[in-house]
Design a protein around this ligand. Structure first.
Ligand SMILES: Cc1cc2nc3c(=O)[nH]c(=O)nc-3n(C[C@H](O)[C@H](O)[C@H](O)COP(=O)(O)O)c2cc1C
Length: 343
């Protein structure tokens, strides 16, 4: 039976710095490994990478959809955007200038790779291996003006922008949306079934699949699946989740909302890229982040949130809390051979 130590070893091995071969030739597999360290909804890793001489494409893997929480696949495409952003920073560390563009006919993100003198590790490169969603309480200390400016600037890509809420009254307002989101989601049997499908209740389960929401990274004790599933009926309630979320959000320094001018696949990819860059920048500043997406996932709540935020026709696509806290155990990823197709 795999232990927590086995789990942590595997999570650590995934996060080794990129290899540069003796001749300096870029290692494309390493680029894919870095891309796949990106955030993805429920850690589904809904991506397929195709490696070509001067291009890597990232296409959706619809077999990993979450039709209940994400019926239009918006989160799925945001996850692809997150992976594209990571790949660009990893490529720079290999001396490659990378440019991403969505090809609507192929339904994929093409990332062109060109050797470019002067392209080197970006400030966000080291953060690729350190970033995580940290779901613990934060220390409550505020962010400095410089930190806020850096985060706002990082969370800007294409038609996506980042709004940062820092005033106590605004953050208290977010609590109401999150608690109504929990009420709607956690009393819906279909939502619960889908969520449970992606939870990995012990290190052995997480290591077997290499995906999903591991109890270890969310601070839950390891349990056999049959016991955990029974307990979930008692533990996974809207009331308990809201109590946890209230404590966590009140301990945070800011709430970030990623907003976009449109609500289509290219905009979802922009939102994913902006969000991943925001999280990388936060990590580089030794800040932590975690998603609180309930208000943008529940269709009845999202328009209310957008009007409360005065978005004037912009779309709220992602929400995160930010602050300071120690790192927690990391999540796992699937083996590269499962995410790469060869021509
Ligand atoms: C589009 C998108 C939506 C997400 N929604 C949530 C969410 O609502 N709640 C949450 O706790 N994490 C959410 N996550 C975070 C993932 O669960 C997380 O990225 C995944 O478990 C891998 O963990 P890591 O980011 O720490 O590597 C989301 C991530 C993405 C990209």
């Amino acid at each position: 039976m795999a232990s927590a130590a086995d789990y942590d070893r595997a999570a650590g091995a995934l996060r080794q710095p990129i290899r540069i071969s003796p001749g300096g030739a870029p290692d494309r597999l390493d680029l894919v490994r870095c891309a796949a360290l990106a955030a993805s909804s429920h850690n589904t890793q809904p991506w397929i990478f195709r490696i070509r001489a001067r291009e890597i494409t990232i296409a959706p893997d619809f077999s990993r959809r979450c039709p209940v929480v994400d019926p239009d696949d918006a989160h799925l495409y945001k996850s692809l955007g997150c992976a594209a952003e990571n790949l660009i920073h990893a490529a720079a560390a290999q001396g490659l200038a990378a440019e991403a563009a969505f090809d609507p006919d192929a339904d994929a993100i093409n990332i062109g790779l060109e050797s470019a003198a002067g392209t080197r590790k970006s400030a966000l490169y080291h953060a690729l291996f350190k970033r995580q969603c940290t779901r613990t309480p934060y220390d409550g200390s505020p962010l400095t003006r410089d930190e806020l400016d850096a985060l706002e600037q990082a969370g800007d890509e294409g038609c996506a922008h980042t709004l940062l809420l820092t005033a106590k009254t605004r953050i208290e307002g977010v609590l109401d949306y999150v608690s109504r989101g929990n009420e709607s989601q956690l009393t819906d049997p279909a939502f619960r079934k889908e969520l449970l499908h992606w939870i990995r209740f012990n290190p052995a389960e997480a290591l077997r699949s290499g995906d999903g929401l591991s109890g270890r990274s969310s601070g839950q004790p390891a349990l056999p699946r049959w016991i955990a599933r029974r307990l979930m009926g008692l533990i996974l309630t809207a009331k308990r989740q809201t109590q946890t979320d209230i404590r966590n959000i009140r301990s945070s320094a800011a709430v970030a909302v990623i907003v976009t001018a449109r609500n289509d696949r290219p905009a979802w990819i922009d939102a994913g890229r902006a969000c991943q860059r925001l999280m990388l920048r936060a990590t580089a500043l030794d800040l932590r982040s975690a998603f609180i997406n309930q208000p943008v996932e529940v269709p009845a709540l999202r328009p209310q949130l957008e009007s409360w935020l005065d978005l004037n026709g912009m779309h709220a696509l992602l929400m995160l809390r930010l602050g300071r806290a120690p790192l927690a155990p990391y999540s796992l990823r699937r083996p590269l051979e499962q995410v790469i197709v060869r021509d």
